[in-house]
Design a protein around this ligand. Structure first.
Ligand code: IDP
Ligand code: MG
Length: 140
């Protein structure tokens, strides 16, 4: 298995409750390494562009409003098969379905305010990383 990268966001519900450290610790404990990190307040344009794939979904407008409702922490994570490792530690989208010990089971407030984002493929990870980071901001 190769060391790869994925893209993560600690969402506004988590930053609001001062869970940046707790979420990051869960990622690190799972074997992921934070190789880039910054706290930003997403603009409407950034949220809309980032979630453009969900444009036709009924929750799109609410999701963009939520993601711009407070600060987020965008991160690049590195590890063995990082996309899958991160999805495993995140847990299911709906915290009601998330496995014990996962970040969403531990911290998520709802299916929308579910504390973390994680890329769903290596291809999307590369696109999402480039959306928020310049190459020189990533230090492995
Ligand atoms: P994922 O974050 O587990 O990959 P996606 O289906 O890609 O889930 O959805 C992106 C985000 O949109 C979710 O993390 C969540 O914040 C929000 N979302 C997904 N499904 C719903 C829903 O049914 N109602 C409200 N928000 C949703
Ligand atoms: Mg997704």
């Amino acid at each position: 298995m190769a060391v790869t990268r994925t893209f993560s966001i600690i969402k506004p519900d988590a930053t609001r409750r001062n869970l940046t450290g707790a979420v990051t610790k869960a990622l690190e404990d799972a074997g992921l390494r934070v190789v880039a990190s910054k706290r930003i307040h997403m603009t409407n344009e950034q949220a809309g562009g980032f979630y453009a794939v969900h444009k036709e979904r009924p929750f799109y407008n609410d999701l963009c409003a939520f993601m711009t409702s407070g600060p987020v922490v965008v991160q690049v994570l590195e590890g063995e098969d990082a996309v899958k490792l991160n999805r495993d530690v995140m847990g299911a989208t709906n915290p009601a379905d998330a496995a014990e010990g996962t970040i969403r089971k531990l911290f998520a407030e709802s299916i929308e305010a579910n504390s973390v984002h994680g890329s769903d493929s290596d291809e999307n990870a590369a696109i999402e990383i480039a959306f928020f980071f310049k190459p020189e901001e990533i230090v492995g």
